[in-house]
Design a protein around this ligand. Sequence first.
Ligand code: CMP
Length: 145
Amino acid sequence: MALERTLSIVKPDAVEKGVAAQILARIEASGLKIIALKMIQLTPEEAQGFYAVHKERPFYGELVAFMTSGPVVVSALEGDNAIARYRELMGATNPADAADGTIRKEFATDIEKNAVHGSDGPDTSKIEIAYFFNATEIQAPVEAL
Ligand code: CMP
């Protein structure tokens, strides 16, 4: 099992509902370690860049508008198999399909306002973590310094 890192975003819908801390508590309770954390307001340019892979999708404009509609809580998570474990904890993209006990089942509104984002693979997680955090903002284990 590989030690991995993944990027988490608690999206504006969840921050607005006042459940950001509950989501972070679930992440910690699952055994994933928060190694970087901040609350920020994305600019349209930042949201466009983050979701550039979806540029051609019909929902891109609305997604950017949603992601800039209020503050988000971004974090980097670390643990064995962290990418798949966080995706399982989040549940399916569409909360209508999300399993009981997942973050999206409990807190998401719809397929766009789906409470959280998590990286989908090791290449994207590196890019996504670096998009929001510089090296000094990430709490690396002592042995990695
Ligand atoms: P996320 O995991 O952050 O990755 C891309 C985001 O686009 C996704 O979560 C949803 O917020 C949004 N999204 C995906 N599919 C749709 C869709 N069909 N309609 C609207 N938004 C979508």
